[in-house]
Design a protein around this ligand. Structure first.
Ligand SMILES: NC(=O)c1ccc[n+]([C@@H]2O[C@H](COP(=O)([O-])OP(=O)(O)OC[C@H]3O[C@@H](n4cnc5c(N)ncnc54)[C@H](OP(=O)(O)O)[C@@H]3O)[C@@H](O)[C@H]2O)c1
Length: 271
């Protein structure tokens, strides 16, 4: 299988490094290109054994999957590099936020299969939650291949394209929302009189440990919480206070705002 990456920036790197690490593909099957920063490509070729080129005919000849990994505003230039070299069996995978499958096809002047993925930054540690949508003409075998490639850097959730906005809000922006909550927890913890460094270290380990409990337990998060909340105890006292502030509606407003912004951005990108 031959994979070509147009764009070798932060997100594309997380993807091709994840694919190489998971040994789904050999590094020889991965080809990179970017706009002009050849030193970056050279260092990936040296470090990972991947190939790179600026010759589009060479890159796209017999390619199976073409990753579109630039910023959305650079896509028109990329499309003009690609379109005259498209073969009927090329399948495209876009990581560009906000650009619809229809828009991508229109700019590439093709009806070839296109998948859109919405990874998150945890791809860098192999734990992205990646939303994926396929155009209707993606055959089942290719869908399985793409899902396997994407699983190399985390878990995958397939949704209709219109729901990628929700995925963008819940898991795309999700790491930032959780970091923000953890930051407030550190601030509140520090106010109790312990040293900031001690509190930060303790909360970091608390988050890691709690994540592992969620990962390894068959119980729901609700049940895990109930199991450690004794009636009239300290945990119950703290939880009562959280409930008084209706945390759910705060998160609902946060996610609604992110969904609305994603929809607005996609409208302006597609214009
Ligand atoms: N970062 C995230 O957490 C995240 C999450 C979800 C989705 N995304 C999406 O991922 C995409 C890439 O984001 P990023 O943060 O990885 O960007 P980035 O680090 O800025 O990388 C952009 C890459 O595109 C290349 N490029 C620009 N114009 C090109 C052209 N005409 N032909 C070929 N390559 C070209 C750049 O090459 P040069 O270095 O030579 O300029 C660079 O390698 C965006 O569309 C974003 O919406 C990112």
């Amino acid at each position: 299988m031959k994979l070509v990456f147009y764009g070798a920036g932060n997100m594309a790197q997380a993807i091709f490094k994840g694919i190489i690490d998971s040994k789904i593909l050999n590094h020889n099957d991965i080809y990179l290109t970017n706009k002009s920063n050849e030193n970056t490509l050279k260092s990936f070729a040296k470090e990972l054994g991947v190939k790179y080129s600026y010759d589009d005919a060479f890159l796209l000849k017999d390619a199976d999957y073409v990753f579109l990994g630039t910023k959305p505003h650079d896509f028109e230039t990329v499309a003009s590099r690609i379109k005259s070299h498209i073969q009927s069996d090329h399948r495209f995978i876009s990581i560009m936020a906000g650009l619809s499958i229809n828009y991508i096809r229109e700019k590439l002047e093709t009806n070839n299969p296109v998948a859109r993925i919405m990874p998150n930054t945890n791809a860098q540690v192999g734990h992205s939650v990646t939303g994926i949508s396929f155009s209707g003409n993606f055959d089942p075998h290719s869908k399985d291949e793409v899902t396997e490639l994407i699983s190399a850097f985390g878990s995958v959730i397939e949704v209709d394209e219109e729901y990628l906005h929700q995925v963008t809000a819940i898991t795309g922006s999700g790491p930032a929302f959780l970091y923000h909550v953890f930051e407030q927890y550190v601030k509140a913890g520090t106010s109790l009189g312990l040293e900031k460094k001690q509190v930060e270290e303790s909360i970091k380990n608390l988050i890691i440990g709690t994540s592992k409990m969620i990962e390894r337990s068959d119980l729901s998060m609700e049940q895990l919480r109930k199991n450690i909340t004794s009636k009239g105890g300290t945990t119950q006292a703290g939880l009562n206070e959280l409930d008084r502030h209706d945390i759910e509606s705060i998160f609902k407003a946060c996610l609604d705002a992110a969904v609305h912004r994603s929809i607005a951005l996609s409208k302006s990108e597609d214009e």
